[in-house]
Ligand binder design. Structure first.
Ligand code: NI
Length: 174
C-alpha cells in the first residue's frame, strides 16, 4: 500500500499532458492503479488521475459511491479513456484534491459516451450521465493538464488563481 502525495495548484506538473498506456496489463500499471486507489481513499476523494501524483499516463480511478454507502468500495479503473460524445448540460458543485478547499459550480455535459481499456487490456464503451458523467469529465481533464477552476468565468478565475498562488507562497515561506 502506497499513499502518494497529491500535487496541488499551482504545481506546473498539473499542466502536463498524460501519455497513452501501451500495456494496460503490465505490472507497473497494476502498481500505479493500486497507488491511485490507496491515495484516493486516503484523501478521501471520489476520483484521482495519475498526473495528480506526478505520473503522466492516461490512468484514472473513481469511486463515486463509497462515501455515501457505508464505506462499501466500488473502484472503477479507466485506462486510455476517450469521450466520443457529449450531450446536454448540468451544473454541479465541484471540488478537487489538487485545489483543496475550493468548491465552485461548474457547467458540463450531462451525458457522455465513453470508451476505455480495463486492466486486462479489453476495450469497453458505455454511456454515463449526471454525477458519474461529471466526475469522469473532471478526472479526464486532468489527463490534458486542465483543472475545474479553468472552467470558471474569466474574472472569477483570475481572482481565485491569484488567491491560491498567494496561499501557496505563504505555505512555502511560513
Ligand atoms: Ni480533480
Amino acid at each position: 500500500m502506497a499513499i502518494c502525495e497529491i500535487l496541488t495548484y499551482p504545481d506546473p506538473a498539473l499542466r502536463e499532458i498524460a501519455q497513452t498506456v501501451d500495456n494496460p496489463q503490465s505490472e507497473s500499471v497494476r502498481q500505479l492503479v493500486q497507488d491511485l486507489a490507496d491515495s484516493m481513499y486516503d484523501a478521501p476523494g471520489v476520483g484521482l488521475a495519475a498526473p495528480q501524483i506526478g505520473v503522466f499516463l492516461r490512468v484514472v480511478v473513481t469511486d463515486t459511491r463509497w462515501r455515501e454507502e457505508d464505506g462499501i468500495r466500488d473502484l472503477h479503473v479507466w485506462i486510455n479513456p476517450e469521450i466520443s460524445h457529449f450531450e446536454g448540460e448540468v451544473v454541479f458543485e465541484e471540488g478537487c484534491l489538487s485545489v483543496p478547499g475550493i468548491y465552485e459550480d461548474i457547467k458540463r455535459a450531462s451525458a457522455i459516451t465513453l470508451s476505455w481499456s480495463d486492466q486486462d487490456g479489453s476495450r469497453h464503451e458505455a454511456n454515463f450521465n449526471d454525477f458519474q458523467a461529471v466526475a469522469l469529465q473532471h478526472e479526464f481533464d486532468h489527463l490534458v493538464g486542465k483543472l475545474f477552476i479553468d472552467l470558471l468565468p474569466p474574472i472569477k478565475q483570475k481572482l481565485l488563481k491569484k488567491r491560491l498562488q498567494k496561499r501557496k507562497k505563504q505555505a512555502l515561506t511560513g
